[in-house]
Design a protein around this ligand. Sequence first.
Ligand code: TXA
Ligand code: MG
Length: 331
Amino acid sequence: MRTEFWQLHKNNDAKLLKKAGDLLRQGELVAFPTETVYGLGANGLDSEAVKKIFVAKGRPSDNPLILHIADIEQLKKLSDNISPMALKLAEKFWPGPMTLVVTKSAIVPDVVTAGLDTVAVRFPANKDAQALIKEAGVPIAAPSANISGRPSPTNAWDVAEDMNGKIAAILDGNECSVGVESTVIDTTGEVATILRPGGITPEMIKDLLGSVVLDPALLGSDVAKPKAPGMKYRHYAPKALVYLCADHAELKRNIALALDNGKKVGVIADTDCDGCISKIYSSVENFTSKLFTFLRDLDRSNVDVIYVLTVEEKGLGLALMNRLKKAAGKK
Ligand code: TXA
Ligand code: MG
């Protein structure tokens, strides 16, 4: 299949977005920018179209998808039982990097939810994403637009690296500003439960609701069946081995040993390092927005090993460390 690569913000957005919306309605796949990561979109109400997502990504069929909407009202069609807590979260943090798990209505196909009786819904803040959803006129099912297991794409070229030849079109918009996937919150119980940490932090949710809990699967307990099925897979992994270092002393020691052993070394830290390919971050926000491009760039440089100076697991650092631990092969 020939994949169209359409650059937005060149004065013909209306035409390109219309073509992309047409492709989606015809059951084709279109990748598009969001503020978190690029999404691989299909008409979320068309089972045959949604199945193509699983094929293009090589994604296990027991991992449910997020439906993207461009208006809070659309949520009411996808669920007939939205809790007051869910509405409060939606009103505060949408549009934005937050996904709500709610009980599903009959119009949501089983292939989207992997047979669960709940559905995950997100209203993204990215204007191109909103325009595309409106143009398509249907909720768009979209996982991150990477081959399953690889780092998520945060620019259109990284989407092309994984999806060229497999999907109808890629919409090239801005680089993603947040850089990691949305916070997934289960709103079907008594207390809001974070199933996947992201740009909306536990602190922000607690401020709004008074309480929030982290799913036990996030705290390292060995949960056979995490509530967000996707969280059980190894993810975000570059080809090189990834090692996490808690401080500069540990980082230096590891790098020296690896260089002595003739390894090609990649480093992600707040300073550069002699003899290594260095990726430098200036803050937790900056590191989060660059994480996946750092990992993909280091892969393209064919490093053998990547050492990472870690950050504190609070605020956005919780989401960043969650992705880093998975990239390092920890569950
Ligand atoms: O930021 C994002 O959320 C991006 C962009 C494209 O919007 N999308 C994304 O989708 O990260 P994906 O498919 O890579 O991750 C969806 C996560 C998975 O961990 C999945 O298991 C969980 O959401 N999920 C989906 N539906 C669920 C449900 N009904 N109950 C619990 N978890 C669910
Ligand atoms: Mg993903």
